[in-house]
Design a protein around this ligand. Structure first.
Ligand SMILES: Cc1cc2nc3c(=O)[nH]c(=O)nc-3n(C[C@H](O)[C@H](O)[C@H](O)COP(=O)(O)OP(=O)(O)OC[C@H]3O[C@@H](n4cnc5c(N)ncnc54)[C@H](O)[C@@H]3O)c2cc1C
Length: 319
């Protein structure tokens, strides 16, 4: 019992990057503890994803048809696959869906679970998960002491490293089983714009943008970079933008490669949602703003001058 099972995720029929991130992380863990990597994709069409997952370390790519998403159905199906494969470690995306079903899987498997890991390593044959605590003010390391160790892992926290696995394709007979809740309608906000949780670049605006009429300045930079648009709570509370854009303790937790904060002071509740970003760029006219304590690059200037200038330069370079 040294295998690692990953639950991948699709969006609009495409493999989400987190599926490769977790498979790659699983490969490193499995190589360390001497096991295999199984990546589950909830789909009828597993062959379409097998190549991509094999290339980052999957020994088996398992297709499971669990129907439309429901926390109960996914937990039932994933638990059935756990019973069959008997993994030592299970990695689940810390996504909206993963957060909904992972605890159910842990209960069914009688396993300990650590949520929102941003670092994974191995010590003494057990996985060590690093995760933010106290709203991101500090990090702590955790081990799970049960036989099955379950972790939900934050998007963009794991490197994707090419390394071929065996890549065998399996179609699982696991089923959603009895599902006692039913989705009766959906309200999908955000249109075709880049979604915050998946974005590798986020451009966010705060109260420093002065009013909702100035979002186009921030959005223009975001569009130029192929980035998602984020916001501080001050702008959401003021009614300048919908809550779906809010980053922070009471909004979304994000971990992009690059987070560009424009006119955001850097309150602890905002940092809780973006402090694990790889590079943080802060544009603020107050050189004492707390955001500069976490910024990789800081620009002490008026955003109304700097942001359009940045957009124009990026447009020249990126076309
Ligand atoms: C329980 C709780 C939960 C919370 N959850 C969240 C959360 O999830 N997310 C969140 O963001 N906040 C959250 N908050 C609110 C948080 O404490 C701050 O009030 C909020 O983040 C401030 O938003 P801001 O940085 O946009 O505004 P401000 O703090 O007002 O900062 C605006 C910044 O813009 C700068 N600025 C002004 N004009 C310009 C200009 N022309 N050019 C450049 N810079 C300029 C100013 O120097 C200032 O630093 C929460 C608070 C509580 C109590």
């Amino acid at each position: 019992m040294a295998d690692v099972l990953v639950v991948g995720e699709l969006k609009n029929g495409e493999l989400k990057k987190i599926s490769k991130e977790l498979t790659s992380a699983a490969r490193k863990i499995a190589d360390s503890i001497g096991g295999k990597v199984h990546t589950v994709v909830i789909t009828e069409n597993v062959d379409a994803f097998a190549g991509d997952l094999k290339a980052v370390g999957a020994d088996t790519v398992i297709g499971a048809n669990l129907g439309e998403f429901s926390p109960e159905g996914y937990a039932n199906g994933i638990f059935a696959i756990i019973q069959e494969k008997k993994p030592a470690v299970v990695l689940i995306p810390h996504s909206a869906q993963g957060k909904e079903y992972s605890a159910r899987v842990a209960i069914k498997a009688n396993a300990g679970i650590v949520a929102d890991a941003v670092g994974l390593s191995v010590d003494g044959g057990k996985v060590v998960a690093k995760k933010p605590i106290y709203s991101g003010k500090a990090y702590a390391n955790f081990k799970v002491t049960s036989d099955i160790q379950i972790f939900t892992v934050r998007a963009n926290s794991q490197e994707v490293t090419p390394k071929d696995g065996a890549g065998a394709v399996e179609k699982s007979g696991a089923a959603a089983g009895e599902v006692r809740t039913k989705s009766i309608s959906k309200d999908l906000s955000g249109g075709n714009k880049v979604q915050l949780a998946d974005a590798s670049i986020i451009v966010s605006g705060g109260r420093g943008i002065k009013g909702p009429e100035n979002w186009p300045i921030i959005q223009d930079l975001a569009d130029t970079l192929g980035a998602a648009l984020g916001a501080s709570r001050a702008t959401v509370d003021a009614g300048w933008i919908s809550h779906s854009h809010q980053v922070g303790q009471t909004g979304k937790t994000v971990s992009p490669n690059c987070y560009i904060a424009c006119g955001i002071s850097g309150a602890i509740q905002h940092l809780a949602g973006m402090g694990s970003s790889k590079y943080i760029v802060a544009i603020n006219k107050d050189g004492d703003a707390p955001i500069f304590k976490v910024a990789t690059y800081g620009v002490v200037a008026d955003l109304f001058e700097v942001v359009p200038a940045l957009t124009s330069e990026f447009k020249k370079v990126l076309g």
